[in-house]
Design a protein around this ligand. Structure first.
Ligand code: BGC
Length: 357
């Protein structure tokens, strides 16, 4: 999972960057009381819209991974997308953000009184391999692939002021990098591995309220915050996103890091079929993550790999590894609370596969 670690992509994989934006809202969803199977889908268009994204068929996965995308919604306003990014207390610290009201999120709103707290976690300042140094001691090239580091954003060109990148979704009440390694975008990838829930005879189980078949997905319990999540993680330097998806799944849900090389190869062979199948690109863009700051933020690519017949990855023994404390198949259901924007990703998967939500 490599919390905070940045991503790099080879120049060959760059053509799809920047030109692409999937159009869905992340987070900021109003809370509704949940009755299993009956909660209506909350449409993103209920928010004031400031951005509209295009629907795309990007070739994000070089090599073996094919993707398809679908037509979904529009991007919400900065304020609606900045709920977790304005959480009062910064994660894993005693630092409180400068409070930013909804109408002051947008950088274009003049606000001379804005006095954000500056914070970069001690672990990041120790200059681990996945983190940048402080600005001043180096001069990053923003909005481009900078040496090995990809500093482009899925959201297009971002502003740079006084040598520091500005969060494209607005003020967060905190400057510096917090827990994030890179100035500007920090890139992650989220593999959503699904199968149908079946009974002893192999027939799909239909939800009593929605009358739709139930999907299950591989979920991990994150060690850092104790929340259930998709087994995603940061894209490693020089790594193609297609490989990150497979690597993170292997490390966290199959615990391949603890296997001998021969066993690892065996496991990779077995999951290769699923990860070579056509993946549904669920989301690509900015994430409203509690670690975000004015100068560093999370972006992700979420892809669904579906084991329709239930005989590929479904047959593998799940075992938690790396940053995952537990792993299991979980029913896809709106009532299951998940980390960051993961619940929203699953809602899109359920909708695409006409499954219960
Ligand atoms: C997680 C991803 C998540 C991303 C943005 C990463 O650290 O591993 O699962 O989507 O952060 O919240």
């Amino acid at each position: 999972m490599n919390i905070g670690q940045g991503m790099l992509l080879p120049p060959a994989g760059r053509h799809w960057m920047g030109a692409i934006r999937l159009a869905i809202t992340l987070l900021g969803l109003p809370f509704t009381t949940c009755t299993p199977g009956t909660r209506p889908v909350v449409l993103r268009s209920s928010y004031p819209l400031t951005r509209t994204s295009k629907h795309i068929k990007p070739a994000i996965c070089g090599g073996y991974c094919k993707l398809y995308t679908t037509t979904i919604g529009t991007m919400a306003s900065s304020a609606a997308s900045h709920v977790k990014s304005r959480c009062p207390q910064y994660p894993e610290s005693a630092v409180n953000r400068f409070p930013v009201p909804d109408d002051k999120v947008n950088w274009n709103q003049n606000w001379p009184q804005y006095n954000p707290v500056s914070y970069t976690a001690p672990a990041v300042l120790k200059k681990p391999f996945w983190a940048d140094p402080e600005i001043g001691s180096f001069s990053p090239k923003f909005n481009t692939v900078d040496g090995a580091v990809d500093r482009t954003s899925f959201e297009g060109s971002y502003r740079v002021e006084n040598g520091k990148p500005l969060n494209p979704f607005g003020r967060t009440g905190l400057t510096g990098r917090g827990l994030l390694g890179r100035w500007g975008p920090n890139h992650a990838a989220d593999p959503i591995v699904t199968r149908w829930k079946v009974d002893a005879s192999g027939a799909k189980i239909i939800h009593s309220a929605s009358k739709k078949p139930i999907l299950q997905f591989v979920s991990i319990k994150r060690k850092d915050c104790g929340e259930w999540a998709i087994p995603g993680g940061m894209v490693d330097p020089g790594e193609e996103v297609s490989l990150t998806l497979q690597r993170e799944f292997s490390e966290e849900a199959l615990n391949t890091l603890s296997l001998k090389q021969s066993e690892k190869d065996q496991m990779h062979k077995r999951i290769k079929t699923l990860f070579s199948s056509t993946g549904f690109q669920v989301y690509k863009g900015y994430v409203d993550d509690p670690r975000n700051t004015d100068n560093a933020w999370m972006e992700t690519v979420a892809v669904n790999f579906h084991d329709e017949a239930g005989n590929s990855v479904s047959a593998l023994p799940l075992q938690a590894g790396d940053d995952a404390g537990q792993v299991q198949w979980v029913d896809v259901d709106s009532c299951f609370a998940l980390y960051a924007s993961h619940s929203h990703f699953l809602e899109l998967v359920a909708r695409e596969r006409k499954a219960h939500w």
